[in-house]
Design a protein around this ligand. Structure first.
Ligand SMILES: C[S@@+](CC[C@H](N)C(=O)[O-])C[C@H]1O[C@@H](n2cnc3c(N)ncnc32)[C@H](O)[C@@H]1O
Length: 257
């Protein structure tokens, strides 16, 4: 097995080799396959025609998000890429992200979204497990500076991390949200940084049978948003957690519609 240090990882989970692919996705270090996590990331996404997942791992976010015209999934770990089944328009790149992006001609594309989920800063991790390809502090600095250099009306970014001083300083003028999630090591606070103003309403274009139906959905979204906005903080969090749980179960068990 590659992608995690076998000795460390099997110490935490001795039966890793006997797991199904779906369980492996859950247990891959830093996997976004937990209740509520990928839904939050996907619902934040702005419209885009090119999607780049710069640190693919098991590629949970790329798999769960609605398809777009072109998608690249980048990871230097060949073995983790070989487990990924590409859909139409999805291309895997066995490389480091910075090498890949320095060779890509972004002039060939319109709206670009980069989702980055690099190995977390060592100082912020509880787990002693390690990836086959790790990230030094300098790698984090190089990544953040590269992404800041790309950030523009055309290239938008979402970054996942654990809270840290380094990210706070480098990305101080980006938007950010923190949320709790469950990992195999227990509950943790994760953070998302993004360089745009979220406007989830564009997702309506994926819903509804026709224009009239989409208008109905648009009114429904506005009405639910209004009610939700008016709730006390604790009640909002409880309701959001309940909704994300429903969504998680639908993804896991398949829609009954
Ligand atoms: C936090 S994990 C990504 C997890 C993924 N979001 C998922 O749901 O499974 C980080 C990934 O970054 C990859 N990685 C390490 N160095 C990299 C580099 N220089 N460029 C791109 N990816 C890298 C690791 O191999 C690992 O798969």
């Amino acid at each position: 097995m590659e992608g995690v240090d076998e000795n460390n990882y099997t110490a935490a989970n001795k039966n890793y080799f006997a797991l199904t692919m779906s369980d492996k996705k859950n247990r891959y270090l830093g996997s976004k396959n937990q209740a509520g996590t990928y839904q939050r990331i996907i619902s934040l996404m702005p419209p885009h025609s090119l999607y780049i997942e710069s640190h693919l791992g098991t590629g949970v976010v790329m798999k769960k998000k609605p398809a777009c015209k072109y998608s690249f999934g980048v990871d230097p770990n060949e073995e983790i890429l070989s487990a990924f089944k590409c859909d139409k328009g999805e291309v895997l790149v066995n490389s480091s992200f910075i090498d890949f992006i320095s060779q890509l001609n972004l002039d060939d594309y319109d709206d670009v979204l980069i989702y980055s989920d690099p190995p977390y800063l060592l100082e912020t991790r509880k787990s002693t497990a390690r990836y086959k390809y790790e990230y030094s502090e300098q790698d984090h600095i190089d990544l953040l500076r590269t992404l800041k250099g790309l950030s523009s009306r055309k290239v938008k970014n979402i970054i996942s991390c654990y809270p840290s001083k380094l990210y706070d300083e480098e990305l101080h003028n980006w938007n950010s949200i923190k949320y709790q999630t469950m990992t195999h090591g227990g509950p943790v606070t994760e953070q998302l940084y993004f360089d745009f103003e979220p406007d989830g309403l564009h997702w309506i274009k994926y819903a509804g049978k026709n224009r009239t139906d989409r208008q109905r959905i648009k009114r429904k979204v506005a009405s639910w948003k209004g009610k939700y906005e008016g709730l006390p903080d604790e009640e909002r969090v409880a309701i959001l957690a309940g909704l994300l749980e429903v969504d998680f179960n639908i993804f896991r068990n398949g829609s009954n519609k």
